[in-house]
Design a protein around this ligand. Structure first.
Ligand SMILES: *[C@@H]1O[C@H](CO)[C@@H](O)[C@H](O)[C@H]1NC(C)=O
Ligand SMILES: *[C@@H]1O[C@H](CO)[C@@H](O)[C@H](O)[C@H]1NC(C)=O
Ligand SMILES: *[C@@H]1O[C@H](CO)[C@@H](O)[C@H](O)[C@H]1NC(C)=O
Ligand SMILES: *[C@@H]1O[C@H](CO)[C@@H](O)[C@H](O)[C@H]1NC(C)=O
Ligand SMILES: *[C@@H]1O[C@H](CO)[C@@H](O)[C@H](O)[C@H]1NC(C)=O
Length: 276
């Protein structure tokens, strides 16, 4: 019995000689390694990456057992401890405009913006909307709660004005425009593609529930569902899994399009490396 036990131990040790916490995962069938950027967070959602200072922004839960309350935080490059973005009431939604170096935060009392440079302040730009989700491409789009209608923000005479996007008649959960100017929406039924210049909704089948949909720097939309991250195959109009990871809350991409995702307690970057 004793000998068997020792043999087992040797096998375990030889299987992972240098670092027992290093776990390889496969992304597009290539080995990748997880790097923990942040930890000890309660359900970090809505990740966004600042190309300028390499900060990862996210919203996380600071509520109690009976009620969720959200706060927006960020992690600086090479810091494991997070800091909080001040002044955003119940801050949940985040969208970043990395061309103009502006980040937008949405909460229960409206939308706020901050310039992505040191020591810039948070400025409220829109009131009277409870923000469910946001997306940026040329303009800031947001989904209002509880109506679940889509709005576009435009610069009017007296600051930011909102335009209800009536062509999206559904009550939606998520909205993105990809690099081909095609639109993806989700509602209670699932995911639909609306090709640029058309109004037809193409249903994408399973999976139907997504915690995050984000477009990378090349314009490819990534969908994170219960069992992993998917991309759309626009010829067959089906989703294809690129990495199996359970319980993802948010995703974003760094400047080189490496995936950064959040688990229930951590923020993790996956890089094309092998465990030694
Ligand atoms: C093991 O790997 C993890 C993840 O890559 C890293 O954070 C940690 O510092 C490594 N530990 C040692 C002892 O090398
Ligand atoms: C939970 O938080 C909410 C909002 O802050 C508060 O109204 C409620 O009393 C809290 N409940 C408990 C059990 O602490
Ligand atoms: C930002 O604020 C810190 C602390 O107040 C100060 O030391 C630093 O010089 C400021 N940086 C810039 C670019 O203004
Ligand atoms: C979701 O949107 C599709 C496409 O417009 C529609 O057919 C479906 O009924 C909607 N689902 C719900 C629950 O409203
Ligand atoms: C389709 O593309 C045209 C030209 O790029 C653009 O003006 C229009 O807004 C696009 N439609 C949608 C729904 O994105």
């Amino acid at each position: 019995m004793k000998i068997k036990l020792i043999l087992c131990l040797i096998v375990v040790v030889r299987g992972n000689p240098t670092n027992s916490s290093c776990k390889e995962i496969h992304l597009n069938n290539k080995p990748h390694k997880k790097h923990v950027l942040g930890m000890g967070l309660n359900r970090p959602y809505q990740l966004a990456y600042d190309h300028n200072e390499h900060k990862v922004f996210f919203s996380y839960n600071i509520g109690n057992d009976t009620e969720d309350t959200f706060q927006i935080g960020y992690i600086k490059k090479d810091h494991i401890k997070h800091e909080n973005v001040p002044d955003v009431v119940n801050g949940f939604a985040i969208a970043v405009d990395n061309k103009d170096n502006i980040i937008y935060f949405g909460g229960s009392e409206g939308i706020y913006k901050q310039h992505l440079k040191p020591n810039s302040t948070v400025e409220k730009i829109l009131s009277n909307h409870n923000i469910w989700d946001m997306f940026f491409k040329h303009h800031l789009y947001f989904i209002d709660y509880p109506s679940q209608h889509l709005y576009k923000c435009i610069h009017g005479k007296s600051g930011i004005e909102t335009e209800h996007q009536k062509h999206i008649h559904e009550k939606i959960y998520q909205y993105v425009i990809d690099g081909d100017d095609d639109t993806f929406i989700t509602n209670e039924t699932g995911l639909y593609l609306i090709k640029n210049g058309t109004t037809h909704r193409i249903f994408y089948g399973e999976p139907t529930v997504f915690r995050a949909i984000e477009v990378n720097n090349k314009g490819v939309a990534y969908f994170s569902a219960k069992d992993g991250i998917y991309v759309a195959d626009k010829t067959s109009n089906k989703l294809e899994i690129v990495v199996h990871i359970k319980n993802i809350f948010g995703i974003t991409f760094d400047k080189d399009d490496n995936i950064i995702y959040s688990s229930p307690y951590e923020i993790i970057k996956i890089l094309p490396e092998r465990c030694k």
